[in-house]
Design a protein around this ligand. Structure first.
Ligand SMILES: Cc1cc2nc3c(=O)[nH]c(=O)nc-3n(C[C@H](O)[C@H](O)[C@H](O)COP(=O)(O)OP(=O)(O)OC[C@H]3O[C@@H](n4cnc5c(N)ncnc54)[C@H](O)[C@@H]3O)c2cc1C
Length: 384
């Protein structure tokens, strides 16, 4: 199969590459050190159309399709993984869920400013005692007239502090996946506050926070979709989100490979460039092969989504594979740089740390394998 990109997809890829390498790349190392949220860059990304890539024009989005979105996100991650996680959660999960499940007035109030990057979205599913098993969540939303009263704690929420709107999953019934509902939460609601901000290994310019709900009164019109539809909203958002994480992983791996090629052609030992040693050449060949395979799986998942078909299996496969490639390739990049790879002055040190989370969030790779196995076994039954 040959992947022929359209003129428009190539143009978006080029635009994202130029922006990322001129703007994001300049600040990525500093922001990693200072943990400064990339607000200014995200504003520019909104103006360039990167914050509403899958949103229809009617709601001020670009409607560029999942393939163009994946290409752009890969370029952003190549330069700054922290910025790419904000872009991924915002576009894939938040705008996507709002577009599929929101009513017209919610789309006017939230989706339009989100699509232009004026309001950034976050997605709050995980809790202290409910990670891989989201049905164990205990955050409650009890109906009280024309409001819901929300109590509970959400953990590890990307852009928890710097978001304008949070899609919150909470229990409207004691048990079961049908007892979970989704709500649109803004920071002005009484009883809602941002809790501790995590000090992380990587992707340090993106904030990861607790969200605390203490008798938080949420107007009933902030319910996203129907009551009890929250779990379905979350699972559908995560299918799309995993294409985002695959694209991010690919971008980090590509950057690590490029830095390794460059370094190996400059560094001399035993009177020769280290790129002339077979041990180095084979490592670079393996890295390039894995990056290429990750690229094809990621683009395939995006193309399946763009065709309108269910992409659960392809998205999980791409996320699982590309994130493991990102971890292997960044580790090899550090090795190729020798001692310098361990020093912050060289970008591969950051790539190695930034890649580590990709096998964990939006479903650990153990959970991806559970999903893939379920889908494959379902397919086999159908084909008999
Ligand atoms: C930086 C960062 C950003 C994040 N952003 C968000 C966000 O924006 N929104 C959000 O809702 N969440 C977010 N998360 C949470 C993330 O999705 C969870 O951490 C992840 O799903 C794993 O949950 P857990 O940490 O509770 O681990 P656990 O579920 O406790 O898992 C611990 C280990 O057990 C394994 N395990 C669990 N169940 C099984 C099983 N059935 N079979 C095999 N192995 C299993 C896991 O794979 C893992 O290795 C973020 C996390 C981090 C660190």
């Amino acid at each position: 199969m040959v992947f022929e990109l359209t003129k428009e997809q190539l143009m978006i890829q080029k635009m994202a590459r130029e922006f990322a390498r001129k703007d994001l790349a300049l600040y990525a190392a500093d922001r990693d050190r200072t943990h400064e949220f990339p607000a200014e860059s995200l504003k520019k990304m909104g103006e360039l159309g990167f914050m509403g890539m899958l949103v229809p024009e009617k709601y001020d989005g670009g409607n560029f399709g999942a393939v163009a979105y994946s290409l752009a996100l890969t370029e952003i991650a190549y330069a700054c993984a922290s910025t790419s996680v904000v872009m991924s959660v915002h576009n894939s999960i938040c705008c996507g869920s709002m577009e599929k499940f929101g009513n017209e007035s919610q789309k006017e109030e939230f989706l339009k400013p989100m699509a232009s990057g004026k309001m950034i979205g976050a997605f709050a599913l995980t809790e202290p005692e409910a990670g891989s098993d989201p049905q164990a969540m205990t955050c409650k939303a009890i109906k009280d007239g024309d409001h819901y009263i929300i109590n509970g704690t959400k953990r590890f929420i990307s852009t928890g502090k710097n978001s304008g709107v949070v899609i919150l999953l909470a229990r409207t019934q004691e048990k079961g996946s049908k007892g979970i509902s989704a709500f649109l939460i803004t920071h002005d609601l009484p009883g809602f506050e941002v809790g501790r901000i995590e000090d992380k290994m990587g992707q340090c310019a993106s904030d990861t926070t607790d969200l605390l709900f203490n008798d938080c009164r949420v107007p009933a019109e902030r319910l996203l979709g129907r009551e009890g539809e929250g779990f379905a909203i979350a699972m559908s958002g995560l299918d799309d989100g995993r294409i985002g994480i695959a694209s991010m992983s690919l971008g980090i791996a590509m950057a690590a490979l490029d830095e390794s090629v460059k370094y190996s052609k400059q560094r001399k030992q035993f009177g020769r460039n280290i790129s002339e040693f077979q041990g180095m050449r084979w490592m670079i060949a393996d890295m390039a092969m894995e990056v290429e395979a990750a690229r094809l799986m990621t683009l395939n998942a995006a193309a399946v989504k763009e065709s309108g078909k269910k992409c659960t299996k392809e998205a999980s496969m791409a996320k699982c594979y590309a994130s493991e490639v990102a971890n292997r390739v960044t580790a090899q990049a550090v090795q190729i740089h020798g001692g310098y790879g361990y020093i912050k002055e060289y970008p591969v040190e950051r790539f190695y740390r930034d890649a580590r989370i990709t096998t964990i969030y939006e479903g650990t790779n153990q959970i991806q394998r559970v999903i893939i196995a379920n889908e494959v076994l379902k397919d086999k039954k159908k084909s008999r």
